[in-house]
Design a protein around this ligand. Sequence first.
Ligand SMILES: Nc1ncnc2c1ncn2[C@@H]1O[C@H](COP(=O)(O)OP(=O)(O)OP(=O)(O)O)[C@@H](O)[C@H]1O
Length: 653
Amino acid sequence: MKGIKREGWISYKADGMFSFLWQKRYLVLNDSYLSFYKSNRFSEEPVLSVALTSITNVSRIQLKQNCFEILRLTDQKDNVSPINSYFYESNSRKSIFISTGTEQDLHGWLDAIFAKCPLLSGVSSPTNFTHKVHVGYDPKVGNFVGVPDSWAKLLQTSEITYDDWNRNSKAVITALQFYEDYNGLGTIETNKSNPSLDLKPLKSPTKYIVNKRTNSIKRSLSKTLRKGKADSILPVYQSELKPFPRSAVNNNSINLEDEKPHENDRMYASRENATNLRTKQLKRKEQQAIQHHLQKHDSSATLKPRRVAPMAPVAKFHDGKAKIPKGNLLELKDADDSEEIIMKMKTVAIDVNPRPYFQMIEKAGQGASGAVYLSKRIKLPQKNDSKFLNSHCDRIIEERVAIKQIHLSEQPKKQLIMNELLVMNDSHHENIVNFLEAYIIDDEELWVVMEYMEGGCLTDILDATAEVDASNKSSPLNENQMAYIIKETCQGLKFLHDNKIIHRDIKSDNILLNSQGLVKITDFGFCVELTEKRSKRATMVGTPYWMAPEIVNQKGYGEKVDVWSLGIMLIEMIDGEPPYLNEDPLKALFLIANNGSPILRRAELVSEKTRQFLDACLQVNVELRASVGELLMFDFLLLACSPEEFKPTLKWY
Ligand SMILES: Nc1ncnc2c1ncn2[C@@H]1O[C@H](COP(=O)(O)OP(=O)(O)OP(=O)(O)O)[C@@H](O)[C@H]1O
């Protein structure tokens, strides 16, 4: 690069939103600009370029060793990378702090900058010491100071301590950034027009974890109620189940009365278990309330559009192979163009009212986007619809199917639904829940018809087994059963990965079982398809407790995030729950970013083979983490029982 007057590595921080964050940068001074680069290769854009004509003062400051402050006018246009432009535009920032490696280096920079800036007198004032507030913990206030307000509030209610900050402040910041971006808290806080908005900091997991985990509990409780194994607090949840929409139940036979608990069956739960269950349920209920709150505001028409996409982790396939150029899946973006999405849905969904074709039997579960009903096919649609005819499936009158009913106008993120539809439509494999067909009714309602998985999800099995095992000292499943579930899930994942699809939300809630004990992956809303054209994704999705560290750290990620989540799911099977589930979600994110591979609490309950497998899944270094293809070769999977042998586990349903 021409015209360089001085260059070298420095630490810098800006007097703005991230005023406590020192970042290593390569600083370059030329005739017109002071530019901050991420590396000493000048091929990339600088993260910040300050016009020398805007610099009004440079002075030494006692903020850090060998440190000086640059004061500048902010009405001048800096060259700012897009990622930084958001807070450059929204905050009036006046100072930049620079810390050099040595005292000599500091003087070199001061002299060089003074020599080049027209608004400076040419004489530096290096002894002008100023005390600035920087991040710290104020015992009087009982909170962190020097951080943005929204973060201070989050920190106040989280379990992150000052020790955590001292141990790894970078991981705390990572967790905060991630949490805020993931929850879109910026949107909520700027919505001053909505007086009903509660700006209290969130204590609970993000909206997705809330709905995944809570829904599963809700569904599990609903089932428990039907089967009559109820605890005294269960009716609270019963009242929260959405009634089946009237228009859809014509002449059908749902009887929610059947869901009432049976007194006799309460003996199944020990007192200790009931207390544990109650604590868990109350925690999840609180999370659910926040989920409803967030969703309500998320879809509110009065909301300002969200700020530009948060810092984007880049998804790319680990093997670097050419991607399948399909490019059908939609990115999770803020502008949700309903018309475009509904048009796209119609390429997969049949555009007729399916109500005459099905009889609803009972509600099987409640998802974030809609309810799932067990239904019976009573009539076939006219066979002149190509989407129906082209399908590989045979439909049989009287067959039992699951129907997910989604009210499109109520969906803040239609892309997720569209993705689910596209992936299911294209993914026929024995370990993937079989999609049969979909219907779109008046551009308003979407019915997704799929095979019915009567065994419920793995979470229910784990919860139910824990409920019976009052001592809570053994794992919910034995090793052969664990190996079976993992083997089947691996096979489903192999199919997805071979087709360049990352699931991104593998966890026990998304593993369903049928009455034959077969295991299938579901919930493809977060799937991402990697294409040659679009190999970068600007979304952070998944459920934090199962999330790979590279996602939390907002690094590029690939298909191996599913391997990490699979490892966490194996921990669920051994320990009964994923690591950090009892921590508040912000702290959990911090622990994922800070701790590396989580520790198995009940390691003594499983053999070396299982531990080796787990080790291969939970490598923080993605290069060292196994691929699903490699996992399928592990001895642990030879322990797998047969579906027949697994079936007795389903007896609790
Ligand atoms: N094919 C199926 N057979 C039986 N039960 C199902 C089937 N699909 C989903 N369910 C159950 O219905 C409930 C809701 O499912 P859904 O996929 O809508 O949940 P979700 O993934 O939590 O929500 P969403 O996808 O709307 O974000 C879940 O608890 C799930 O176990």
